[in-house]
Design a protein around this ligand. Structure first.
Ligand code: GNR
Ligand code: NI
Length: 169
């Protein structure tokens, strides 16, 4: 299974707003192969989620697995948040912003509607890290990154740190 290259901040392609998926194509070979490649890329990283935007595919889908043992792979196509409740603060990281971790406040519980890899619509109630991850991946589909929630000063520190890291590659 070949791995996909992951775009890194401040690559402007990460700012693309992804287009809705034609759901009639989800069960086709192209999407199925993309899901498999995205899971392989995510597990290899390792990460708990990967949005299509991060692998330069600007369509609205993402893969997530927050289990310890790669036992709960979830595909979300055209995800929508139907309800959100409460607040939680979680220390986030991102495969597109390597080596940077920062507290972000998001909804504590959410109800999500999406289409799975069988092309079927489903609803899911999520809390904890799964709720964080779904919201983080949906931001990617809208061209948003977790560093956008930081103060301008902190974001400038992140940009400098990454520029320095890139120089030393
Ligand atoms: O692997 C990841 N871990 C993570 C930790 C806290 C909050 C969000 C995440 S998602 C991230 C993978 C990623 O960048 N997905 O877009
Ligand atoms: Ni991310």
């Amino acid at each position: 299974m070949s791995l996909l290259p992951i775009l890194e901040f401040p690559d402007p392609r990460l700012r693309t707003v992804a287009k809705p998926v034609d759901v009639s194509k989800v069960t086709g070979d192209e999407f199925q192969a993309l899901f498999d490649q995205m899971f392989a890329t995510m597990y290899d990283a390792p990460g708990i989620g990967l949005a299509a935007s991060q692998v330069d595919v600007h369509q609205r889908f993402m893969v997530i697995d927050v289990s310890e043992d790669q036992s709960n792979p979830l595909v979300f196509v055209n995800p929508e948040i139907l309800e959100r409740d409460g607040e939680q603060v979680y220390q986030e990281g991102c495969l597109s912003v390597p080596g940077i971790f920062a507290d972000v406040t998001r909804a504590n519980t959410i109800k999500v509607k999406a289409v799975n890899r069988q092309g079927e619509e489903f609803e899911l109630d999520a809390d904890g890290v799964l709720a964080v991850c779904i919201q983080h991946e949906m931001d990617h589909l809208d061209g948003k990154l977790f560093v956008d929630y930081l103060s301008p000063l902190k974001r400038e520190m992140v940009r400098k740190k990454l520029a320095k890291a890139a120089k030393n590659k």
